[in-house]
Design a protein. Structure first.
Ligand SMILES: [Zn+2]
Length: 116
């Protein structure tokens, strides 16, 4: 299941982001999953719960933000509503580009660190 390797990648990113803090300090991991990212959020959560102990993230809870696909005009930047057929800008007829919704993004980490 490809969500397991995504979760391992997420923990790799988290390891790097929290350095020099320990994984056990992480209380919450928030990710954004795009509608077109090809990631099943239920499987992702299952994989997260299954892998977190071996990676030292026992104390971490997972928050998933689901992001819809967003398109924008390549020429003028106007938002383009997704419909059937080729996507064109209603303002200038420019070609639409996907600007959100195709990625899995590590959004936020919440750590509890001892006061020094
Ligand atoms: Zn346009």
């Amino acid at each position: 299941m490809h969500e397991v390797s995504l979760v391992q990648d997420l923990f790799d990113q988290t390891d790097a982001a929290i350095h020099p803090h320990a994984a056990s300090a992480v209380r919450e991991v928030t990710v954004r999953i795009g509608a077109l990212a090809g990631v099943d959020d239920v499987l992702f959560r299952t994989a997260f719960e299954g892998c977190k102990r071996e990676r030292g993230y026992d104390a971490a809870t997972l928050t998933i933000l689901l992001e819809g696909a967003e398109w924008a005009c390549e020429s003028c930047g106007a938002a383009v509503v997704s419909t059937a057929g080729p996507l064109r800008c209603a303002t200038c007829d420019g070609v639409a580009r996907l600007r959100a919704g195709d990625a899995l993004i590590l959004q936020r980490l919440e750590l509890e660190v001892p006061h020094v």
